[in-house]
Design a protein around this ligand. Structure first.
Ligand code: NIG
Ligand code: FE
Length: 396
């Protein structure tokens, strides 16, 4: 049994709501990690004086739960920096760019993709992300989608089958056949590696009818449902996600009142991805309107080579506060507990006895610094399941 006491925490965010504070903030706190779980949380003055293997002094710093990034596309080959450069010069973003990454991903070996996934894992951990979902969707053949799902499952338990990312070029004139393939053979090959199915419901990708069919096939195989909706314009994505009982509908950039009302009365989380609006020069989603209507909001990176090539949840928090009307506390909640809700997980996204010891110490006195100091690497130490994945401060 390995036990570590983290003490002298100036501001501890637990996300266990208390006394009107949804973030369950504790000042002058301590927490004990034992065998990968949180064993105890309380006032530093009440912490066990001895008995643990190591004691780490947080020096008054802020500690938060690890970030839960519920939306990434980390398994791909190639690079689209040229597309980004053209976009900044005025070329609009279009879903068709996905096909370029499909070609590069099909050409990449398992070893190349594996190495990249390992590097991304290190990159995410270093920025405080301790749980991350990964979507397939850059293979779009049965063999390639199965390969991407299998490789993603080597680094994450949250794998999403996204064969319905875009209709691949070779099926451009036979889209019905492609939808048939996604719902049949491709789904059968990928489902053993996946927990979720997702569909990009948007002009240029899949129609609402196709999306409903694909989600129904996934549900029949026992997969949970997610939807990319209302990213590039208004549409039925949000409402069909709610009607299907999806765990999350992601993007939610273009919403009308009926979309907001549907979300507010549902168990579907609205996952906002401000890295996309930042990187495609689109208007940001209105988080304030959603939160005020009672919708559960999550923040995620959407890390992918086309629309948002960043894995930084601190950046998402800063954008959500600066551009989307969220308070720093709401944004931190959305990137931790919100992400956990979007993945229907109750063992991560908060710090309470029995939960996974996914803990982030900031080199800052308060979580507000995540928005207040944009671009500054204030994530100092990260523990995943009680194990430090960044250099640990010296213990005593
Ligand atoms: O979430 N919206 C669809 N898929 C990605 C973009 C993928 C790409 O451009 O390669 C997204 O933004
Ligand atoms: Fe996405």
């Amino acid at each position: 049994m390995t036990t570590t006491l983290l003490t002298n925490i100036g501001e501890l965010t637990t996300n266990v709501a208390a006394g009107g504070d949804p973030l369950g903030t504790v000042h002058d706190a301590a927490l004990l990690m034992a065998d990968g779980r949180i064993a105890w949380i309380g006032q530093a003055a009440d912490a066990p004086a001895r008995g643990q293997d190591a004691t780490i002094d947080a020096g008054g710093r802020a500690v938060i739960p690890g970030f839960v990034d519920s939306h990434t596309h980390l398994v791909f080959g190639g690079d689209r920096a040229d597309e980004f450069e053209a976009r900044m010069a005025g070329t609009p973003y279009a879903a068709g760019g996905i096909r370029r990454t499909v070609a590069a991903t099909r050409a990449a070996s398992d070893e190349e993709l594996r190495l990249r996934l390992q590097r991304f894992t290190t990159e995410l951990h270093g920025q405080g992300t301790t749980t991350f979902e990964i979507k397939t969707g850059y293979g779009l053949t049965v063999a390639d989608e199965e390969r991407l799902a299998r490789l993603a499952a080597e680094v994450s338990g949250e794998v999403t089958f996204l064969g319905a990312h875009v209709v691949p070029a070779e099926y451009a004139e036979r889209r019905d056949e492609y939808v048939e393939l996604v719902c049949g053979e491709m789904l059968r090959a990928c489902a053993p590696h996946a927990r979720w199915i997702d569909v990009f419901c948007e002009r240029g990708a899949f129609t609402p009818e196709e999306a409903r069919r694909i989600l129904a096939a996934g549900a029949e195989r026992g997969l949970g449902l997610r939807v990319h909706g209302n990213q590039l314009g208004p549409g039925e994505g949000v409402r069909l996600a709610v009607a299907a009982g999806a765990a999350s509908v992601d993007h939610c950039t273009y919403l009308d009142d009926a979309d907001v009302a549907a979300l507010a009365g549902s168990q579907t989380v609205a996952t906002l991805l401000p890295g996309v609006e930042f990187s495609t020069r689109q208007p940001y989603p209105d988080a304030r309107r959603l939160i005020d209507a009672g919708v559960t909001v999550a923040l995620a990176s959407d890390c992918n080579p086309g629309s948002s090539f960043t894995s930084s949840l601190p950046l998402m928090i800063a954008l959500a506060v600066r551009e989307m009307g969220m308070t720093p506390a709401e944004a931190v909640w959305a990137a931790t507990a919100g992400g956990a809700r979007a993945l229907r997980r109750d063992d991560v996204g908060a710090l309470a006895p029995g939960m996974r010891a996914d803990v982030v110490m900031l080199d800052a006195p308060t979580r507000v610094h995540l928005a207040y100091r944009p671009g500054v690497p204030i994530v100092q130490t990260v523990w995943v399941g009680g194990r430090a994945v960044t250099p640990e401060p010296s213990a005593r």
